[in-house]
Design a protein around this ligand. Structure first.
Ligand SMILES: Cc1cc2nc3c(=O)[nH]c(=O)nc-3n(C[C@H](O)[C@H](O)[C@H](O)COP(=O)(O)OP(=O)(O)OC[C@H]3O[C@@H](n4cnc5c(N)ncnc54)[C@H](O)[C@@H]3O)c2cc1C
Length: 149
């Protein structure tokens, strides 16, 4: 007897999320992961004794609220912590870029006046693109839906 309907290769956050939805839909799912820990690039690891953090991806801005609700992530311990600054990027010569609400343009201006003038329009453009793409994020390809129908 076949005990598995779906095998997902890789327990990154996309694989784990898909596995959870498929299991909730009643399918028997097996996730295989080559590492000893799950999470892929969003894995939480102890990078120094006593300090745990995601060692690659660090923001959850793309984590869709619908997924947070569907998977009851708050009940499973999800707590989103707002950063005091968006990014702090130090350079070996002592200069740095500190970005975040209300301070990005000023910080960029220290490195490039030209970029400082352009950055607000650039950010607006990115937001507009993100708004267009966001609506497609949770849509399954039609043939996939038919396949499981
Ligand atoms: C440096 C860096 C910073 C990033 N920062 C952010 C951020 O701040 N916010 C954000 O939203 N996104 C960020 N991203 C993007 C985000 O990490 C990826 O979009 C996300 O990790 C993709 O998830 P995934 O599950 O598709 O793949 P992955 O996270 O790459 O997971 C794939 C998993 O599959 C496993 N695997 C691969 N091949 C096999 C195999 N043959 N057999 C078994 N297991 C296998 C791997 O070990 C891994 O665990 C960042 C990416 C990088 C590289």
């Amino acid at each position: 007897m076949n005990e598995t309907d779906v095998v997902i290769i890789g327990a990154g956050h996309n694989g784990l999320t898909c596995a959870a939805y498929l299991a909730m839909a009643g399918l028997r799912v097996k996730v295989v992961e080559r590492r000893k820990v799950v999470g892929g690039a969003a894995v939480t690891e102890e990078f120094h004794p006593g300090f745990r953090n995601s060692v690659a991806a660090y923001t959850v801005s793309l984590l869709n609220p619908q997924i947070i609700a569907d998977l009851n992530l708050a009940e499973h311990g999800l707590r989103i912590v707002e950063r005091r600054a968006q990014n702090f990027l130090p350079a070996p010569d002592g200069s740095y870029l500190l970005t975040g609400e209300g301070r990005t343009r000023q910080s960029v201006a220290k490195l490039s006046q030209r970029d400082a003038v352009a950055i607000d329009a650039f950010s607006r453009e990115l937001e507009a693109i993100a708004d267009v793409l966001r609506q497609f994020v949770l849509r399954a390809p039609p043939n996939l839906v038919e396949g499981f129908g």
